[in-house]
Design a protein around this ligand. Sequence first.
Ligand code: NAP
Ligand code: G4F
Length: 327
Amino acid sequence: MTKTALVTGILGQDGPYLAKLLLSKGYRVYGLIRRYSNPNFSNLDFVGVTDEVDYVEGDMNDEASLLNLIRTIRPTEVYNLAAQSFVKSSFDQAKLTTEVNSLGPLYLLNAIKYFSPTTRYYQASTSEMFGLQHTNGYQDEKTPFHPRSPYGVSKVYAYWITVNYRESYGLFTANGILFNHESPIRGKQFVTRKVTDGVAKIKLGLAKEIRLGNLDARRDWGFAGDYVEAMYLMLQQKESNDFVVGTGESHTVRELVELAFKSVGIDDWKKYVVIDPQYKRPAEVPNLRAKPDKAFKLLKWKPKMTFDKLIKTMVEADLERNKKKTT
Ligand code: NAP
Ligand code: G4F
């Protein structure tokens, strides 16, 4: 029997990498997209799977559309990647963020409970749930949550409703508590891509500066292509479980900036960076660093791409894309 997967958030960053992985394993992949006059398939084009995905229409805010999809497709697995995922915007659009990120997962879980209880469910949980909390400088599955944004708060609800439907109804549900992961198709608002795109533009003479917020924040940055493997592995386990996924290394935004400029031969990066208060947050998450021992042991998962390689790869991709604008 061909396995089927419904992937929400298929047009985002993680969706295309996950779709590619599942297709390579012989899955039929259904990708949920919202109703658009002109949907943007550029991320799927980048990984080369646009024509292999079956697109289905729905919205995380529209319960009936999700009920109907689960009832008709009855997928082997659901990967719920859809979210309002930009932390900064969640402060200004808290209600929308809560509806998509908290109620959306509830609608999907209810649909599975009523119409397809053998479907396995993956919830895209996040290290943002830890916020200020850490255990000796790290976060693992036992670290308590103290979210610092409406985004983080919305994801804590989704985390617990995912656990609750496992405990209450015996559904196979897994939370992947993923730390920051990036790639050449990362949205340009997020700091890695904002920096790599900005550096490429400066190198090519298309821009003069990059405006940034807090350079002291530390993040555990990995490669999205590695992290979707962990998502897949979580749904192949005997028992459902929750896992922290990260590299175990953290770097400041300042280090990221320095590295990106260095990769194009610019050492005096401070000339090009302007600190702009509009990019600071009402409450910051200062330090995220994963302790992914459980994933290493039970999933036998390991990140393959280093931070240096990741940033260099992103800068190179942005140089290529921006060069096209100069010709
Ligand atoms: P992303 O690039 O922002 O993609 C999010 C996707 O969600 C987009 O395709 C978006 O659709 C879709 N979406 C938003 N609202 C929707 C709605 N109402 N109905 C249907 N779809 C909707 O995010 P990502 O980086 O791929 O992350 C995937 C998931 O992992 C997210 O849930 C995120 O919160 C979580 N996560 C990400 C990271 C990370 O570092 N990347 C770390 C931990 C957890 P449109 O394209 O139509 O806008
Ligand atoms: O790249 P960011 O916007 O990512 P953030 O807030 O860590 O959230 C991302 O990772 C989470 C996992 O931990 C996901 F759940 C979430 O969906 C998203 O994918 O910001 C990273 C850091 C922050 O501390 C921010 O304050 O960079 C700092 N920063 C400094 N200047 C900036 C900027 N961030 C952005 N986006 N833009 C700046 O100009």
